[in-house]
Every structure is written in C-alpha cells, then in structure tokens.
Design a protein around this ligand. Structure first.
Ligand code: PAF
Length: 199
C-alpha cells in the first residue's frame, strides 16, 4: 500500500491504472470504515482511501482542533483491509488558498435533519468531496449508510453535476451494544452512550 501526501504524487500513482474505487474518510478509523474499504474492493480494484480532516465542515465551536489524528494506525488498518493507496494531504496541500469556491447543496436535502442543527455542514462536505473526486477521479465511491443524509446529499450532487461516479452505500457496522460505530463515539460517557442506545 502506498501512502501519498500530494495531489501531484497521487495523479502520478494513478496514471495508467484501471478505474479506482474510492472511500473518503477523516481518519480515526474503525471497523465501519474498514467495511467500506472492503465494499470498495468488491466493486473493483484498486482502492483509494483518503484521510483528511476537512475544516470546511466544522463550525467554529466544533471539534476540528481536537478531532483525533491517527495516521500511522489508520494506515496499518487500511493496509489490512485491502486498500491500495492512501491519500492523506495536509491542509496546506489541499487548501493552498482559502477555498472560496464552494458547493451549495440543495437546501431541501441539506438544510433539514442534521443540516438544520449544523448550518453549512453539508456544503463543507460536498465541497471537499467534489475536490477529492477531482483528485482521485474514481469510477465508484463508497459512503456509509450510517451517515444516511450525507450519502443522499452526495448522491444528488453527483447527479446534478453529471459526475461519472457510481455512489455505493455501505452497510452500518454496530458495536455489541447496538450503537453504530462512529469516530466520535469516543467522546461519549457511559451514560451518554446508553442514552443514544435508548433512542
Ligand atoms: O463522512 C466523513 O468522514 C466526511 O464527512 C467525509 C465524507 C470524509 C468528507 O470529509
């Protein structure tokens, strides 16, 4: 497995390769992400996964600075799950200037549910995903059904911009207590965790 940090090196590594399957992530990986990578491998190799904590989808009061960055461990896990290339740009590489061009997703889909509580969140997600798609140029991209709204918003973006990418939904992986695996579950106290299960 190759770990690549620049767009130029990624393009070089992908030149002449067959179409790729792509799994975008923000790292701090768990079994749910690895299931997406395995799903991507079933769609056709090679598999590219990205690890990039995307500032554009965090509100100022959210956890951008403390979001766990665990690149070495993530790369080991990805290699074990059958990933071929990890694209892990740093912020200066990916956003060398402020990203002033942005995707504005359909408010009917993006401003409800999670979007109602996190204004601008899906715009930030779509903007980074569109840019990642431009870098990786995958034939297939896999998004977790756990983030159901995100999966739908990205699917609509792909339709609206006529991107030649097939969006596949990966099944949710759950912990033994039934809670869906999520990178932010580590923030929960035991009480909060059982509160989530009760809902
Ligand atoms: O689901 C996530 O981890 C992120 O929203 C994504 C799709 C990687 C974009 O930053």
């Amino acid at each position: 497995m190759q770990t690549i940090h620049t767009i130029a090196a990624l393009r070089q590594a992908l030149a002449g390769r067959a179409a790729t399957s792509f799994v975008p992530t923000m790292g701090n990986l768990h079994e749910g992400h690895l299931a997406l990578v395995r799903e991507a491998a079933r769609q056709g190799e090679p598999v590219v996964a990205s690890i990039f904590v995307n500032r554009l989808q965090f509100a100022p009061h959210e956890d951008f600075d403390r979001y766990p960055r665990t690149l070495a461990r993530d790369c080991e896990l990805l290699a074990g799950a059958g990933c071929d290339i990890v694209f892990a740009p740093d912020e200066r590489e990916f956003y060398p200037q402020p990203q002033t061009y942005a995707v504005r997703p359909d408010p009917a889909l993006a401003d409800i549910l999670e979007g109602e509580f996190r204004p601008g969140f899906f715009g930030g997600v779509c903007t980074v995903v569109l840019k990642l798609f431009a870098c990786v140029q995958p034939a297939v991209a896999v998004f977790g059904k756990k983030d159901y709204q995100q999966w739908k918003v990205v699917g609509r973006m792909v339709e609206q911009f006529a991107l030649p990418i097939r969006i596949v939904g990966g099944e949710t992986v759950r912990a033994e207590d039934g809670l869906a695996l999520s990178s932010r579950n580590g923030y929960l106290t035991l009480d909060e965790r059982s509160g989530c299960r009760a809902r």
